[in-house]
Write a protein that binds this ligand. Structure first.
Ligand SMILES: Nc1ncnc2c1ncn2[C@@H]1O[C@H](COP(=O)(O)OP(=O)(O)OP(=O)(O)O)[C@@H](O)[C@H]1O
Length: 335
């Protein structure tokens, strides 16, 4: 594994050669594979590897509301619904600005996701959907200026991006990053074992891991050749999307955030990806997906659909909302 780690360190250094210390906290990039997962955050950033800022805010705490509450060891107040369910994710009045320009993009987002639910976020171009998902995973381009995010009873804003990933938050990006010099197989093996360590579960050696991986390849209908290729290098748009779902299948996640997983997919690939996502659902985990199209929702049936406009969720409904959108456009919904 040492050789693999060296490769990984090398590739990370290539991607992010000039990371400097920000005024408050620095996310150290080293050999940890979960940090490489987080590399998507930075590689998708326009200001790659300059100053890494986290969305942490020491002064933000989760606020309470109606219903009974559960207090975790971190003093975060968790709301229950009428049935006593505890949210997997609870976002309250979330506000965020672009670090460089201080422009406010998220202007008070509220969202509650329970275990086993599928939520779809739709909205016009530029309404803030991707920003919302990137803020959830701690993208360094954005700074949270208000509100709260509680994930599994913990204050997400107190966690570094890597910690969020290890805690069970997975994000599939619109444009997944290439990682030269690191094979898909090595990447997945290390990321998988990092999560196992975090969960206090036994790690798998490369042979055990290979068996695990091959079963997941079938789920996403990918050939074994992809395991020896470097992560996303030379992959077509559709192959990258499948590879993202392979990562999700291998690593597992309590909350999978899928940003336009349907874009650039042909019909067969869309069905494969949707089948894989559906196959991963259990009563314990949830999906938050961003999409522009009703067609994805035909394959992955959402519990709720949210419409985002100008940095806020302005409407929530069932699948009839997406049908209305498809038929009449956003004018039927916008305020
Ligand atoms: N890092 C950034 N630098 C400059 N502007 C940004 C940045 N991130 C987001 N924005 C701006 O914030 C607004 C919301 O962008 P975002 O990508 O969240 O929208 P979206 O709803 O996902 O759009 P689309 O449907 O086109 O993907 C846009 O006007 C975008 O240009």
């Amino acid at each position: 594994m040492a050789g693999v780690n060296l490769h990984l360190r090398h590739s990370v250094t290539q991607l992010f050669p000039t990371i400097s210390s920000p005024p408050h906290r620095q996310v150290q990039l080293g050999t940890s594979p979960s940090r490489v997962i987080v590399s998507n955050l930075r590689a998708n950033s326009t200001a790659v590897a300059q100053t890494l800022r986290t969305t942490r805010r020491s002064d933000i705490t989760a606020s309470s509301s109606v219903g009974s509450s559960t207090t975790s060891s971190d003093s975060v107040v968790v709301d229950r619904d009428e049935e006593g369910r505890i949210p997997l994710l609870e976002v309250k009045d979330l506000r965020a600005v672009i670090v460089e320009t201080r422009q406010e993009i998220l202007k008070g987002v509220n969202l509650v996701v329970y275990e086993g639910e599928i939520h779809a976020v739709m909205g016009k171009n530029g309404s803030g959907k991707s920003t919302f998902s990137k803020v959830l995973v701690g993208h360094p381009d954005y700074e949270v200026t208000g509100g709260s995010i509680v994930f599994k009873g913990e204050n997400l804003l107190d966690m570094e991006p890597e910690e969020r990933s290890l805690a069970g938050l997975f994000m599939s990006f619109q444009s997944p990053v290439e990682i030269p010099g690191v094979s898909n197989m090595d990447f997945l093996n290390m990321a998988f074992n990092a999560r196992k360590r975090k969960l206090g579960e036994p790690e798998l050696d490369p042979i055990q891991f290979y068996s695990h991986l091959v079963s997941k390849l079938e789920v996403v209908n990918m050939k074994t050749d992809f395991l020896n290729r470097n992560v996303n290098e030379g992959f077509s748009g559709g192959e990258r999307k499948r590879n993202e779902i392979l990562q999700l299948a291998v690593l597992g996640a309590e909350l999978a955030i899928l940003d336009e997983i349907d874009s650039g997919l042909d019909v067969d690939a869309l069905q494969d990806v949707a089948k894989a996502v559906n196959g991963l659902l259990t009563p314990k985990n949830s999906v938050l997906m961003i999409t522009h199209y009703q067609r994805l929702l035909d394959y992955i049936k959402p519990t709720l659909i949210h419409i985002m406009e100008n940095g806020r969720i302005i409407k929530t409904g069932d699948k009839s909302l997406a049908k209305l959108l498809e038929k009449e456009g956003y004018k039927a919904i916008s305020g």
